[in-house]
Design a protein around this ligand. Sequence first.
Ligand SMILES: *Cc1c(COP(=O)(O)O)cnc(C)c1O
Length: 382
Amino acid sequence: MYSEIIDFIRATFHTPEGFIPLHEPRFTGNEKKYVLDTIDSTFVSSVGAYVTRCENMLTEITGAKYAIAVVNGTCALHMAVMLAGVKPGDEVITQPLTFVATANAISHAYATPHFVDVDEDTMGMSPEKLERHLSGVAILRDGGCYNKHTGRRIAACIPMHTFGLPLRIDLIAEVCEKYNIPLVEDAAESLGAFYKGRHTGTFGVLGTLSFNGNKTVTCGGGGAILINDEELAKKARHLTTTAKVPHPWAFVHDEVGYNYRMPNLNAALACAQLEQLTGFVENKRELAVIYKEFFEGRGIPFVSETEGARANYWLMTILLEDRIQRDNFLAFSNERKVMTRPAWQLMNTLPMYKDCPAGDLSSAQRLADRIVNIPSSVRIKK
Ligand SMILES: *Cc1c(COP(=O)(O)O)cnc(C)c1O
């Protein structure tokens, strides 16, 4: 069975031998042209025409009113956490099944992650588990939500659309509203993915994107903050631009700021990649159909978008029987140069987060034992 899978993946990627990466970038558009353009213009650094253009493309694609391009997705999250009003000593709810950046960004704002379980079908935060958990631990007072066991304020909630599969974000938003908790969406993996017709990352007060090298579109390193509120967008722009008071020559800064704005050089690459996003997502969705048919015909679950969701299928996922089977297949496929990967080790088991508050995390644990990501790059048509 394992070698049948490997043969199928090789045939699907028209790569009879050699390495097949998990997700590699495709520079098939205006990448070189735009990057050379920034070099010729000498405007390679922070703020430039491509940065504005990239931000405009992002608002067009996502429907968010404002997009602020920054140096990477982790910085985007750090700013989003701060802009949501999280203060040192607060708690921020997130899911245990995520890339470490989500939890780290909470730590960067001197707050503590508080883990709530995922749903097994979307692999993203579960609205039912969130509601059940909050009804047990939360108390509302002074206009805020507090953890009655730790006494700390629960200052934000950050669900993450795992592998580009949209979670039930509308229901999460309802629970957050009920408990007066600002919603921040980590949409780092879900650019081009929609839930009930709305782009992921636009359901809360803030959303964040990443354009890291392995993401659906990349600009080397990059990210963005999505915001609907004008005042908050102004604040985001200010804080990420070293809090410099705009002036043609004077250097005045009015608070502790961050040097987080995306350089024009990266933005050029981002613009060229974003022009191809629709095609990339179409290509990946076709691959998902091919994979689904193959794997489900062999009794192996392939994780598909749920009702109301339109996934970008950033990283495609199969579920093997258990940890033993998973590890056997990971070894078998990687030895044969077909790259596969397990889920991230759950955040609540990492040394720096093992003592953080958490609810019942049984679904995340079950998934983590079974998830295998398989090659998911945009395929070059032969
Ligand atoms: C990629 C990613 C980020 C941001 O990563 P950067 O490498 O800093 O751009 C954040 N959260 C999740 C879930 C991610 O997958």
